[in-house]
Design a protein around this ligand. Sequence first.
Ligand code: KG4
Ligand code: ZN
Length: 362
Amino acid sequence: MNILAIETSCDETAIALVEFCQKKQKNSLEIKILADKIASQIEIHAPYGGVVPRLAAREHIKNLSQIFKEILKNNKEKTSDFMKKIDLVAVTSGPGLMPCLLTGTSFAKALAYKYKIKITGINHLEAHLFSSLLSQSSTINLQRLKFPALGLIVSGGHTELILVKAIGEYELIGETLDDAAGEAFDKVARLLELGYPGGPAVEKVAKNGNEDKFKLPRPMIGSPDYNFSFSGLKTAVLYKIKDYQGKSKIVKENQKLLNRIKADMAASFQKAVVETLIKKTGKAIKEFNIKTLLVGGGVLANNQLREELKILSERVKTNLILPNKRYCGDNAAMIALAAYLNYCQDKDYSWQELKVNSNLGF
Ligand code: KG4
Ligand code: ZN
């Protein structure tokens, strides 16, 4: 089955063509990523320190046709011949920024309508969950995916723990009550004047910092539920910085000291976020007797989080499926995989059925 997937929920424009071949007896799934393009908009949004939805939508319009043309060019086929090979068009239909979702779904619907191909809307969060199963060319042993599984999604817009009873059977057991973890990384990067996007910038300077230098809170770490809160942590960073700004003369005149403070703050902040995520994830693994831990989202590119997840999974003897860094952030290959895993013969896959929901959840 060949799936053409489109992702435009935030600031990445992505199109992928993925071939799936399932071997029934062995329960193994062969995945070949035949095309996988991502156009990033970092430069457009960097001056604003965050994604501007209308600018993002305008860029998606431009990028979609451009990267689709590149894919066609690489295939050296006529568009109609190329489209004949596609069995299903999959497109992110939520959650995300409404103007951005509308550009992607309109583009996808136009293709489906013109070339008479089935089309399906995909939950971006569900796709992040399964992104950990992807690599350039791979065979997944579906038997490795034992249930109940726990999903941990940590991105710029979401921080969620999901109980996965089976593919398609989800229960949201915890989420952030305010800022998402990635959003906190971005805001702290802004406070420390490290640039955009914040996550990679914080991680980079944190390497040279002392993670125990600043005592930062771990909001809700001991609460009996599985919810998170990261906005208080960001405010704590702000106050600590203000403390230092009180001594601004000393700091500003000494660039070396300023860099040290930033590194220590970034490291202390990163430790606080990672510790909180690990604590709640570990608690859920025990309570729900979890067999597989699926993780996804942009923040999973963070090395400290990846290492701590490995340590946790060994300690609690759960099979951790960690995504390749290429597939942590937004991409279209994960949209194709979610579409394949959810595919069922008797569903109505007409373009009229496709609805956009910017608040879509589990
Ligand atoms: O999943 P994603 O690409 O987009 C959303 O769906 O939100 O996640 C983007 C988020 C941003 O907040 C970014 O700062 C964060 O992921 N991020 C990181 C790292 N790389 C990206 N956070 C911490 N460490 C990183 N290395
Ligand atoms: Zn995402």
